[in-house]
Design a protein around this ligand. Structure first.
Ligand SMILES: [Fe+2]
Ligand SMILES: [Fe+2]
Length: 244
């Protein structure tokens, strides 16, 4: 079972993480889903794969009517990101999926039709959730060629997809990074192998370092908070990527 935990609450504006499915088959990579709520609207980031859909759905539905989720933000096209799309469309036929224009002909193989997808242009876009103006931030080639992160300028939260991801094998990672130096060992191999472009990485580090971020929330592993956000950006800037 997965659990939902609120990580930001300000009136009717909330962020929650759905994470740590200890009962999942060990051959599946563990994932974090984030639910962004504003008033009666909700957006789900990288809803995950078919296998974990029941665990994600029931964890959310314990706290929030999952059929009220009307937006998906898909950072890229991977199966651990978006292969559950057709199941979410059964929950809400009106659901819209925001994804890079690059993938809008590929991801419909997982489900949906021309009415489902909102193509994100390369330069990014604003995604509105009632009055809340979320921003799709370009992160191309990190690791997907059409890749976006999602910034909430009010909560100062950056959902960073696979950037910041950590893989720990059988060890269960905490929701928040508590010991950066220890944690980052679990992130090193992932970034070296899954990111292919040092140039794209440096551009991302410069762009993100200039932003006001309290929490950097990856799709795998633990959330970076406070000074660990800057520590992570500096660590990534120094790390050679695209190596075996
Ligand atoms: Fe990925
Ligand atoms: Fe991933």
């Amino acid at each position: 079972m997965k659990k939902l935990q609120y990580i930001y609450e300000n009136g009717s504006h909330k962020w929650a993480i759905v994470a740590r499915d200890v009962e999942r088959p060990q051959y599946l990579i563990d994932t974090n889903e984030y639910l962004v709520i504003n008033d009666d609207r909700a957006l789900l980031t990288d809803p995950g794969g078919i296998e974990i859909f029941p665990a994600v759905f029931s964890a959310i539905n314990e706290h929030f009517d999952a059929s009220a989720i009307d937006m998906i933000f898909s950072s890229h096209q991977d199966p651990d990101i978006i292969s559950s799309l057709s199941l979410w469309l059964e929950v809400n036929r009106q659901l819209k999926c925001n994804i890079s224009w690059l993938w809008s002909g590929f991801v419909p193989h997982f489900g949906g039709d021309k009415n489902t997808f909102i193509d994100l242009p390369d330069e990014g876009a604003e995604i509105r959730l009632q009055g809340l103006k979320l921003q799709a931030i370009p992160a191309h080639y990190l690791h997907s060629s059409g890749n976006f992160h999602l910034y909430d300028p009010v909560a100062k939260i950056l959902f960073s997809g696979d950037i910041g991801a950590a893989l720990s094998g059988s060890e269960e990672l905490p929701i928040f990074v508590s010991d950066f130096d220890r944690h980052i060992q679990f992130a090193k191999k992932f970034h070296q192998r899954w990111l292919g472009s040092n140039e794209a990485k440096q551009n991302w580090c410069q762009r993100i370092a200039a932003m006001d971020i309290d929490m950097l929330c990856p799709q795998h592993g633990s959330i970076y908070t406070g000074d660990d956000v800057e520590r992570f950006i500096n660590w990534l800037a120094e790390l050679p990527v695209g190596v075996m």
